[in-house]
Structures are given as C-alpha cells and as structure tokens.
Ligand binder design. Structure first.
Ligand code: PHE
Length: 383
C-alpha cells in the first residue's frame, strides 16, 4: 500500500515536472507506460524507476539535441484497455512522440498498433511476444521496437535447461490461454521440449481470475511429471507453487521472466528455475554501475538501496536506446528516429544490442534459481 502511495506521488510529481518543462520547443517528452496498479505492480514501479533514472542522467548531461527531457508516466495496468487509453492520452493530449513501454505483451500489442498508425516511436522494455513488433500480416511495424529477447528463444532456453541440466524427460504445462505471453511461451517451450526428446504428460488451463488450483494440481500429482512449466507472472506463480507444495508435489517448477519480482514468494517457489534477462550479480561494469546508481536513487522500506530487477534494467536500457536513437537521428522527428533505431548499436546493462529485421534484439538469456530464500544466478545461455 505504501509503495502504491509513493508510486502515486511520484507519478504526480513527474507530470508536474513535465508541465513545468514548458512543453514547447525546448523539451522532448517521453511517455512511460508502466503497470503501477493491477495484478503486477512491482513490474510497474521497477519499469518506471529504471526509465526515470535514464532520463535523469541524460538531463544531467544537458538532455538530447540541446533539449531537456520531460517524462510523462501513465499507469497502464498490464491490461489492454487501460493501456490503450493511456497511450491515446499520451499521444493526443500530451503530444508525446516517443513511448517507452508497456511491460506485458498483452498490453504492448494493442498499443503498438496505435503507435505505429500514429507514427509514434514505441520501444517496449520487456514485452517478449513476437507480435509486439510484427503485425498479423507478417510485416514489421516500422515505429515499434523492443529491448528484450523474444519468447521463441526464451521457451527454447527453458526446454533445453529442463532436458539437459535437469535431465527431465517429462513435463506438465499449466497456462492461461487468454494471456498472449503465457499462451505462446508455453507453446514454444512445448515445441522445443518435444523436439529434444521430452514428453508432455499433461496440459491444463486456468484463467487470470482463478485462485484455487487444487483441481488442476490433482492432475499434475497423478501424472507425476519431473518438470512443471508455469510461464505466468509472479502473482499467479505464488498461488500455484504454494498450493503445489501443500499437495506434496515434488516436480521442479520452471517459468519465464514473469517470475521476476521482489514479491515472488521465495518459499513457495523454492526449488524452481526461471529464464530472465539479467542478473544484478553480473560483474560486468555496465551492470555494477547501474546497480550502484539505481540503489543510490531508490531505497526500499528499510531505507536500504533497492536492487534493480530485470524490469528496471530493461526499462533503463530501452530508454537509453531511444535517447541514443534521437541523438543519432539528429532531429526530433519520429520518421528519422525510427531509422536510427533500426540500425542502433547499443551497449547496455542487459548486453550489447543490435536489432534484427523484425526489430528484435538478439541477446543471451540468464537462468536463475529460487533457492534458500534467494534468487540465485545459475547460468547464461547465448542465442
Ligand atoms: N515478458 C513479459 C511479457 O511479455 C513481461 C515481463 C518481462 C515480466 C520481464 C517480468 C519480467 O508479458
């Protein structure tokens, strides 16, 4: 609650800052779409804070193209309608030409249609579903980009880890079919797991509203899989893994980047693994400098430096990519900025980024383990 209140205050102050910025020719506005409320608020807070840190650093160096940057933060709730309304507000009322976000694929996909149609440059920090940057017609959306790898890669990395490192031959998949991220990541995992010689011994669906998973967990218990793949967000992972432990299910739970949260229930998810974009324990100077700067600016409830998660790191990278593209374009003109972005060569916290023809970075994944009350680094997998 306190975090939410503080989140609200910050949003307000950022908007005021934007308003005082004059809004005219001497500022460039950057819209930030972050799910500050709704099912996954830690995603929103971390994303907003990573993005604002990047903007603050650029402003301290004089801004971009001689203009100061003004952030306009909107709460997009990880949900299609609120995200679309927030994007329209940013574009039509605030006259924003650059959008960082959303986090969740199911929100970023509808926003991308609007951004592309209105020639607003959008970069999602963390939306991993392929449809964010590529339309139903199979054509890349000229104005839409991302800073993260995509789910066909993430699902394959998860499947290979299950087969090769966990030595699993059987897996059970649990999924929410109405969530673009969950549905497709489950599918990519299944494909790679089966192609590698594994067997799917069961598959059950639930909805985002469900809180009691006993019926489907009874089926998991009966099928006795070695691995349960649960590629959902931390709020669902907390409920399912807790109920699985209560049922005495011993299978190894695995998932994707959606597990990354300071609110992940480490006791319930203990013994699990997930694929992610970065680890704050990485010794590369880019990572350690970022961890230091983030912790100096943001404190947790106990006044200790906050440790940035992958959402913060990627929001920081995505924002820096966008500002580098504006600088390299040499003009506050989205037609030029999108071209500069398409050929960017960026060295970020989450790695070196160049974009392929579908505006997707090709970069490594990190595997993290939930063990003994901590999220621990396991390994890095290159594409
Ligand atoms: N990849 C998720 C999606 O596309 C979002 C996410 C990324 C969540 C990283 C947590 C961490 O919906």
């Amino acid at each position: 609650m306190r975090a939410l209140k503080m989140a609200g205050l910050l949003v307000l102050s950022v908007i005021i800052l934007a308003a005082c910025g004059g809004g005219g020719g001497d500022t460039i506005k950057v819209g930030i779409l972050a799910p500050l409320s709704g099912p996954v608020p830690t995603f929103g807070v971390m994303t907003r804070d990573g993005s604002l840190l990047a903007i603050e650093e650029w402003n301290a160096k004089g801004g971009v193209l001689g203009k100061k940057l003004a952030a306009v933060v909107e709460d997009s709730q990880c949900t299609p309608d609120p995200a679309v309304n927030a994007a329209n507000k940013l574009i039509d009322n605030d006259k924003v030409k650059y959008i960082m976000g959303e986090v969740c694929s199911k929100a970023s996909i509808p926003v991308s249609e609007i951004a592309n149609a209105k020639k607003v440059v959008q970069i999602s920090s963390t939306s991993t579903n392929p449809d964010v940057t590529v339309g139903k017609d199979g054509k890349v959306k000229d104005f839409v980009f991302r800073a993260c790898f995509i789910d066909p890669f993430q699902g394959t990395v998860g499947a290979k880890f299950a087969l090769d490192t966990q030595k699993a031959k059987t897996a059970f998949i649990l999924l929410d079919q109405a969530n673009d991220y969950v549905k497709w990541l489950a599918e990519y995992f299944e494909k790679a797991f089966v192609a590698g010689g594994g067997k799917i011994v069961g598959k059950e669906t639930y909805t985002a509203k469900d809180t009691d998973f006993n019926a489907i967990l009874a089926k998991v218990a009966a099928a006795k899989p070695e691995v349960v793949y649960l590629p959902d967000y931390y709020n669902v992972v907390n409920l399912v893994t807790k109920q699985a432990k209560e049922k005495g299910i011993k299978a190894v739970f695995m998932g994707g980047d959606g597990w990354d949260s300071s609110d992940l229930d480490l006791k319930a998810a203990d013994g699990g693994f997930f694929t992610n974009h970065y680890s704050p324990a990485d010794t590369r100077p880019e990572v350690q400098n970022f961890v230091k700067a983030f912790g100096a600016k943001y404190k947790d409830d106990k006044g200790q430096p906050k440790v940035p998660d992958a959402l913060a790191a990627l929001a920081y990278d995505a924002t820096n990519m966008l500002l580098q593209a504006i600088k390299e374009a040499g003009a506050d003109d989205t037609a030029k900025v999108k071209d500069a972005m398409a050929k960017i060569n960026f060295n970020g916290v989450s790695g070196k980024i160049t974009l392929d023809g579908n505006h997707n970075p090709v970069k490594s994944a990190t595997i993290l383990a939930v063990k003994d009350g901590k999220v621990q680094f396991n390994s890095v997998v290159n594409p």
